[in-house]
Structure formats: structure tokens, C-alpha cells
Design a protein around this ligand. Structure first.
Ligand SMILES: Nc1ncnc2c1ncn2[C@@H]1O[C@H](COP(=O)(O)OP(=O)(O)OP(=O)(O)O)[C@@H](O)[C@H]1O
Ligand SMILES: [Mg+2]
Length: 243
């Protein structure tokens, strides 16, 4: 791969004596959609949280736009365009929708309101309810708010941790449509999903994680076409597959 916008080499994450991530490497080319898939506890969130600066890796190297950011804190990465939509949305439910969006745009200065208004155009449901507490939104609407809050930060790389989790199939479609639009706009997307088939269908490149290690990787279409991989790692997702 020539000159990836994000490259992770031999990443290690530990929680005390638990080695959650044991030497994971992956890379994302500019404008691509890369997915990390794997079962519960495989280490997906640990990888993504280390990349976004939310937790400090025990080892390895992370480069973003050619610069070493292994020890760069999250708020600095956000200001540089590496932005995460966290697992479980993490919206601030007692603040209004507008306030949540303002928090996402904290570093964008005088253009913040313009970006927020652009999100209202894009997600009318947020516009109608901008003055309501975010906790009043449905799960799907909260996910849209979490995505909008990341977008107002003007990401060049967007990290998304299980954006489809706990949502009804119709809303999952909506989330994947928005992810496709984000990628089509030129933003690089790193998508973590348990919904592996769905994520691989949307992705250019995929990495299958198991017990903190990458056990398979390659073009997403190749992973999907490999019966052994599908059976061994992606089989349980068959239930959520729709025609
Ligand atoms: N704060 C923590 N303290 C101790 N162990 C943790 C902590 N967070 C995660 N772990 C452990 O690290 C391993 C990887 O967890 P992680 O959350 O990264 O997996 P995941 O692939 O995101 O799982 P899920 O699909 O359930 O979100 C698991 O064994 C988990 O129990
Ligand atoms: Mg997780």
C-alpha cells in the first residue's frame, strides 16, 4: 500500500495483566473504508481507542498523515482530523442536541455554527429537535447525532466503533447509507463491527480479529468470498443478513 493516511504497526494494548491487543497491524489508504471485524472481546474497541488516543498503547506505532501519533492525546488528534464515533454513541443525554454538536466543533472556531447548520440540513430529525435533551432521541437518532458530532469536527479519518449496535434493521440500513456518504465525500473510514458481513460489504479492505490478533486480512470482497473465513469467523452474522 502506498502512503496510507493511517498506519498501525504491532499495536499492543493491556489492561493490567490482560493483553487485549497482541501485535495488531493495519493500514488505511486515503479515502478508503477499512473494517476490523471480530467477535465480542476480540479487541476491536481496544484497537480503535488506542488509535484515537483514548487509551495509551503498551507497544507499537501509530502514524497519521505520515506523523507518529502513538502518544498524541485524543483532543489533539481530533483537532488534526482523526475523529472517533465511540462505542455506545456516548452522547451527553442531559445536554441538548445543539450543545452536543457544539462540543464536537469546539476547535473549529468561527466556522462551528456553519458546520452545525450543515448537519441540520443533512439530518433533519436533529434540526427539528435541536433544543431538546439528546436523551429524548431514539437509539437510531442518537447514533445519527453521534455521527453528526464527529462530522462537525471535520475529520479526514473517521473511526467508528459498532455504529449499528442495538439498532433495528431499517436504522442499520440508514447508518450504513450515511457511512457510504461519508466515505464518498473523501473521508477515510475505519469501521469496527460485529456485523461482519455487512461491514465487509461496505469496505474496501478488511481485517479479522481474534483474541487480540489479526487472523485474516485482505480485500473485503476476498474475505467475504472465502468460505472458510465466513464459516469460522463470520458465520454467526448470517442471522442478521437480509436478502
Ligand atoms: N477496561 C478494561 N479492563 C480490563 N479488561 C478489559 C477492559 N476493556 C476491555 N477489556 C478486555 O479486553 C479484551 C478486548 O476487549 P474489547 O472491548 O477491545 O473487545 P471488542 O472486540 O471491542 O468487543 P465487543 O465486540 O464486545 O465490543 C476483552 O477480553 C475485554 O474483556
Ligand atoms: Mg467493542
Amino acid at each position: 500500500m502506498s502512503d496510507p493516511i493511517l498506519a498501525v504497526t504491532d499495536l499492543r494494548v493491556s489492561y493490567g495483566r490482560v493483553e487485549a491487543v497482541r501485535g495488531v497491524s493495519f493500514a488505511a489508504e486515503q479515502g478508503s473504508l477499512v473494517t476490523l471485524v471480530g467477535a465480542n472481546g476480540a479487541g476491536k474497541s481496544s484497537v480503535i481507542n488506542a488509535v484515537s488516543g483514548m487509551l495509551r498503547p503498551a507497544g507499537g506505532r501509530i502514524t497519521f498523515e505520515g506523523n507518529d501519533v502513538t502518544r498524541t492525546p485524543a483532543h489533539k488528534l481530533v483537532a488534526r482530523g482523526l475523529v472517533q464515533v465511540p462505542e455506545g454513541r456516548q452522547i451527553l443525554s442531559t445536554l441538548t442536541i445543539e450543545e452536543n454538536l457544539r462540543m464536537g466543533a469546539w476547535h473549529t472556531g468561527s466556522t462551528a455554527q456553519q458546520s452545525i447548520d450543515a448537519m441540520y440540513d443533512r439530518f433533519p430529525v436533529l434540526a427539528q429537535r435541536r433544543a431538546l435533551p439528546a436523551g429524548a432521541l431514539s437509539g437510531g437518532e442518537q447514533q445519527m447525532l453521534a455521527i453528526a458530532r464527529a462530522l462537525v469536527a471535520k475529520p479526514t479519518v473517521m473511526l467508528m466503533d459498532e455504529p449499528s449496535m442495538g439498532l433495528a434493521p431499517k436504522i442499520v440500513d440508514e447508518v450504513f447509507r450515511v457511512i457510504g456518504e461519508i466515505r464518498a465525500s473523501g473521508t477515510t473510514v475505519v469501521l469496527v463491527e460485529q456485523n461482519a458481513r455487512r461491514a465487509l460489504r461496505a469496505a474496501d479492505h478488511g481485517y479479522v480479529l481474534q483474541s487480540g490478533e489479526v487472523v485474516h486480512s485482505g480485500p473485503a470482497a476476498d474475505l467475504l468470498a472465502d468460505e472458510r473465513i465466513v464459516e469460522a469467523y463470520l458465520g454467526i452474522e448470517g442471522g442478521s443478513e437480509r436478502p
